[in-house]
Design a protein around this ligand. Structure first.
Ligand SMILES: [Zn+2]
Ligand SMILES: [Zn+2]
Length: 281
């Protein structure tokens, strides 16, 4: 291995999961139109890990949190959540045991007030003994409440810093509700988006690497599709795009060819376990 700066990426994105809400295969082993012989078609629920300077940030904590962190051999202490849908928050149920037996330390969670309301509704038992300090709520776990979750409210267009990374959340239209897109330097993560409000267009300029929703072949109310992706790529001109949140009809090779055939070879489906190296902090 060379020791040149190119050999040392400033930041690495690990695609922990790039499947749609119900994964591929679906429960019961249903592969839909995906070729079960291609391992890139096996998709857990959407989540990525951003690693920089030996610190990491988990984006979204869906029902495959246990499997994804085990496969990647990572123990994140900071989690950012894009919105409160089940496929992005169900792994929160794992946190008490994870914190007591694995992390053995405090955990910071960043999300907006709307998502916090979903989490409180789904996991009310995780908020017993909650303390409030400013806008942050603190919940303790362990025999003596020694391990704490710090719930930090964030808002679209208000940048914040976590684990040495400058993070800019922005609004994305996601059907009946909005999700948060995440910008960190020139990397952008956009799961669960149908379209972007004009206020977010600034956040989509000069993207190097964009992970973008492409759930279905057909247009839908709340998610991306190949034609919509083409329009967004034409508008914002990112250097490279990896597709995520793909359902069981989105075969890896068929989808990849669809973009190549239209002259968009820099748009490709992501796959679980994929690592993307970035050169800018
Ligand atoms: Zn989703
Ligand atoms: Zn969603």
């Amino acid at each position: 291995m060379s020791d040149t700066p190119e050999a040392n990426p400033l930041k690495t994105i690990t695609v922990l999961g790039c499947g749609a809400t119900y994964g591929v295969p679906l429960a019961g082993g249903v592969w839909g139109l995906c070729d079960p012989a291609n391992p890139k078609n096996e998709r857990t629920r959407p989540s990525v890990l951003v690693t920089q300077n030996e610190q990491c940030l988990l984006i979204d904590i869906g029902p495959d949190f246990r499997l994804q962190t085990s496969r990647a051999n990572v123990i994140p202490d900071t989690i950012l959540i894009t919105h409160g849908h089940w496929d992005h928050i169900a792994g929160i149920g794992e946190l008490p045991y994870y914190m007591e037996e694995v992390l053995k330390g405090d955990l910071n969670v960043y999300t907006d007030e709307t998502c916090m309301a979903f989490i409180r509704g789904m996991f009310p038992y995780l908020f017993f003994g909650e303390k409030i300090d400013g806008s942050t709520s603190i919940v303790g776990f362990g025999e003596h409440n020694q391990y704490k979750i710090f719930w930090h409210p964030i808002r679209a267009y208000e940048a914040f810093e976590a684990n040495g990374m400058k993070i800019l959340p922005f609004s994305q239209h996601h059907g009946g509700s909005d999700s948060l897109g995440i910008r960190i330097a020139d990397f952008v993560y956009s799961p669960d988006v149908k379209s972007f409000p004009i206020q977010s267009w600034n956040c989509l300029a000069d993207i190097d690497t964009w992970i973008l929703d492409c759930d279905y072949w057909e247009p839908s109310e709340s998610h991306g599709d190949p034609e919509t992706v083409l329009k967004l790529v034409y508008q914002f001109k990112p250097r490279q795009v990896f597709l995520t949140h793909m359902d069981e009809k989105m075969d890896y090779l068929v989808l990849k060819s669809w973009f190549v055939d239209r002259g968009y070879g820099h748009v490709t489906p992501a796959y679980d376990g994929q690592m993307i190296e970035l050169r800018r902090a």
